[in-house]
Design a protein around this ligand. Sequence first.
Ligand code: CA
Length: 248
Amino acid sequence: MAHQNHAAPGSAATILVVEDEPVIAAAVAQRLTAEGWQAHVVHDGLAAVEAAARIRPAAVVLDIMLPGIDGIEVCRRIQADHPVPVLMLTARDDETDMLIGLGVGADDYMTKPFSQRELVARLRALLRRVDRATQLAETPAEGDSIVAGDLIIDKAQRRVTRGGTEIHLTPTEFELLVMLATVPKMVLTREKLLAEVWDWADASGTRTVDSHVKALRHKLGADLVRTVHGVGYAFEPPPGPGPGPGAP
Ligand code: CA
C-alpha cells in the first residue's frame, strides 16, 4: 500500500479508523491510503481511545457498534482528551438523531452501507472545515464577535457563551451557528447550509443539517433556531442579557 504514499513520512494526515468488521476496516484503510492519507486501524473502543491520545489523528472514522466500549463512549472520551473531528458510522438514519440528542459530539454521520467515494468526500469536507477554523483562530483580526441578546459568539476565539455560561460546540456546530447568526431572522435553506457549512453539494445530506440544528438547540436553547417547515432554518436573536446565573 505504501506505493501510493507520495508525501514525506509524517506529513500525510493520519486518519484513525475504528471498525471491528475486518473487511470494512481494510477496505476503508486501503481507500484512505490511496487518497494520500495515512490510515491507522483499530478494532475496538479502548484501542481507539488509546490510539487517539497517542497518534493525535487529523480525523476519526468511528463505527458506533464496537466490542467493549461503544462508539458513543469512544467519541466522548477522545473529545474530552483532545478535540478532533469525528465522522461516525451508524446503522440507521434515526440512530443519527438519537446520537445528536445525546450530545455525542460527532461532526458528521454516515449510515451504513456507505460508498467509499462519499466517505472520502465527507472526510475532505470535514478537514477543510477544521483548516478554516484553525486559520480563523490564528488570524484573530479576521474574526469578530456576534452579540445577540444574551448570546455572544466570539469568532476569533471560537467561543460561545449564553447568559455568561460558556458552551462547548464542535467545529461543525460552531460554523452552523455563525452562518445562521450572521443573518438573523433570514431563512436559510438546508441545501444552502449544507453547501456552506459542510462543503457538501449532494442534497441527500440534508438530514445532517437537521441533526446539527437539533444539537445546537440542545446545547444553546431551542429558542435560538426557528424551523421554517419545508424550507430551512432561521436564527432568532434571544432577549437581552438579564441577571443570569453568573450575575452577582
Ligand atoms: Ca461494528
